[in-house]
Ligand binder design. Structure first.
Ligand SMILES: Cc1cc2nc3c(=O)[nH]c(=O)nc-3n(C[C@H](O)[C@H](O)[C@H](O)COP(=O)(O)O)c2cc1C
Length: 190
């Protein structure tokens, strides 16, 4: 392993359990070395046939313009204000006709977990005005925009509602309650 990819070992299970989508961010810049760690986590992620069809664009400028191309928290009547918007994004791009969308999802989760490990909040964003975004991003040729990962220091603490049958998260006294199905409902014992 090169020095570039050496990382402090953390409790991966805890990071997975405690990661929640963050949609309210503090007005504080995201350091470049943390973005670099997130990219390394994505870069070393698994991909079908090891095709590595993805490229990653870090975005720390034109943040208001990018924010204008995003959609938030579809189940509730709420949007982050401009003061609460993400302070960086990572765009995940996939080479056309190469690899699979599953590769994109795996890389996205790696980025979110690496961010969590550094005290950053994240939110995977798929509901995008892609037409508008690709004009802002100046995309490389033969790549398509798949997802944005919003990043920043969290200014909210969403809570899991265990054993919920409902998929719709909701706000309760300003706290986002994120419903998750009970283990028994997703575990098929054979
Ligand atoms: C592929 C994908 C696309 C998503 N797109 C959006 C989005 O456009 N806007 C948003 O606010 N959240 C988006 N999310 C976040 C989900 O709403 C969130 O993961 C879900 O509500 C569960 O909450 P949790 O991430 O805190 O566990 C997306 C998540 C995934 C995996």
């Amino acid at each position: 392993m090169s020095a570039e990819t050496e990382v402090v070992v953390m409790d991966a299970y805890r990071a997975i359990m405690e990661r929640r989508s963050i949609r309210k961010y503090k007005n504080r810049d995201v350091p470049e070395d943390i973005l670099k760690k997130c990219l390394n986590a994505a870069r070393l992620s698994p991909s079908g046939a090891n095709l590595q069809p993805l490229k990653y664009m870090t975005l720390t400028e034109d943040l208001e313009k990018i924010f204008g191309c995003t959609n938030w928290a579809g189940y509730i009547d709420w949007n982050p204000s401009k003061d609460e918007m993400p302070r960086a994004y990572i765009a995940i791009l996939k080479e056309e006709d190469k690899g699979q969308d599953i590769d994109v999802g795996i890389a996205a989760q790696s980025i979110c977990l690496a961010a969590k490990n550094e005290g950053l909040g994240s939110c995977i964003l798929g509901a995008l005005d892609k037409e508008k975004l690709v004009k802002i991003l100046k995309m490389p040729e033969n790549y398509e925009l798949k997802l944005l990962i919003a990043l920043g220091y969290p200014d909210e603490r969403p809570e899991v509602v265990e054993d919920s049958e409902d998929v719709e998260y909701y706000l309760e006294e300003d706290v986002l309650k994120v419903t998750k199905k009970p283990l028994e409902k997703v575990w098929i014992r054979r």
